[in-house]
Design a binder for this molecule. Structure first.
Ligand code: NAD
Length: 340
């Protein structure tokens, strides 16, 4: 049965639920997205290359599959009979990972290409691709006097080497599958997502999780020093996971064929982020700045004009007020692993 046939069979039976695939469901965003889709009454096929015991969240009402989606036949298997595909599977991490693993990052193109082709062959109606703010021209991000990035700033192309190029190419692939094969594709350029269940150690973690973990490590070892990469004046915007999953679901239901920013437009420096974490830890740290660490661009923030025009909605949850649950989640993980 094709995805379209499944959808019409469900409609005839007055069941409005959809059969959806979440690729990368064992990861941070995929785990939360699977939860939201199940809560909305959809049938979810959750797929990841990691053993289920390593998934951040395991939802037992989903059909959980462990498969390597670089493999074309595995992509065909997961897309068979499905109506919508959400591709969040990727070999990625924070700056410390993507600056040193460009080839691995670029190989995620194989996942996206095989999933798109399998979605088309299965007759799926829609395909979501998780792109990134790293597609934007790096020359526009060299100052901490940040000018928010508009969607058109991705061209002329000069993205983050490795990871950004892969995402920009895959965005383009989505566009051509849409134009030539009628597969409706949705592309969100995600900006630094944070929340519980994110990667928090091991070298792939992003700045908010890394700094929370370092603060917790310092607290338990009675050190007052906190290591910060660079001078701390580099600026970013950080997007709460609830805004991220809400935006993805809204985009999937709307008529948005062009890539859209999905990120907070509140720009803060890493030093300001450290001040928030000091408040959560109840400690004022001695800040140790590390020159020469992987830093990425100097300043980056999302321009949300377009997403607001298209969805009548934009991310609104500020990291200044909403980092507490993430800090507490990392705290518990740290206690369970290293203290108890
Ligand atoms: P994550 O690393 O937590 O999740 C990605 C998942 O993909 C992992 O569980 C991994 O095991 C899985 N995966 C990797 N290779 C696979 C393969 N060959 N087959 C099947 N599964 C495979 O990452 P995340 O933070 O949840 O990010 C999800 C998506 O959003 C990625 O495409 C990422 O590039 C994009 N994104 C994330 C952020 C962010 O801040 N988290 C920002 C911009 C874009």
């Amino acid at each position: 049965m094709t995805g379209a046939e499944v959808a019409s069979w469900r409609l005839e039976g007055c069941i409005m639920s959809k059969a959806v695939v979440v690729a990368g469901a064992g990861g941070f965003i995929g785990g939360w997205l699977t939860k939201r889709l199940l809560e909305a009454g959809h049938s979810v096929r959750a797929v990841d290359v990691k053993p289920v015991s390593d998934w951040e969240q395991v939802h037992h009402s989903a059909e959980n599959m462990v498969l390597d989606l670089r493999d074309r036949s595995n992509c065909k298997e997961v897309c068979s009979g499905m109506n919508e595909i959400f591709n969040l599977a990727c070999d990625m991490g924070g700056m410390g990972f993507i600056e040193l693993n460009k080839a691995a990052c670029m190989l995620s193109v194989v996942i996206g290409a095989n999933l798109l082709e399998a979605a088309r062959l299965a007759g799926a109606s829609k395909f979501f691709f998780a792109s990134t703010a790293c597609v934007y021209n790096v020359a526009l991000q060299s100052s901490s006097d940040v000018v928010p990035l508009k969607e058109e700033d991705a061209y002329p192309a000069n993205p983050e080497d490795g990871y950004g190029w892969e995402k920009l190419f895959s965005e383009r692939l989505c566009r051509h599958f849409s134009e030539e094969f009628g597969l409706k594709t949705r592309v969100a350029r995600l900006h630094n997502v944070f929340g519980p269940c994110c990667t928090w150690e091991g070298g792939r973690e992003k700045a908010p999780a890394a700094l929370c973990r370092k603060a917790i490590e310092a607290k338990y070892s009675n050190r007052r020093k906190l290591e910060i990469w660079g001078d701390g004046n580099q600026k970013r915007s950080f997007t709460h996971i609830d805004d991220c999953t809400t935006g993805i679901l809204k985009m999937m239901d709307a008529d948005v064929s062009e890539p859209l920013n999905l990120g907070s437009d509140l720009v803060i420096s890493i030093n300001e982020l450290v001040t928030v974490i000091e408040g959560l830890a109840g400690i004022q740290f001695e800040r140790e700045y590390v020159a020469g660490a992987p830093l990425g661009v100097r300043g980056r923030c999302s321009d949300n004009t377009k997403i607001f025009q298209q969805l009548n909605w934009a991310p609104s949850l500020s990291i200044l007020q909403n980092l507490g649950a993430t800090y507490e989640w990392i705290h518990q993980k740290y206690l369970n692993k290293y203290v108890r």
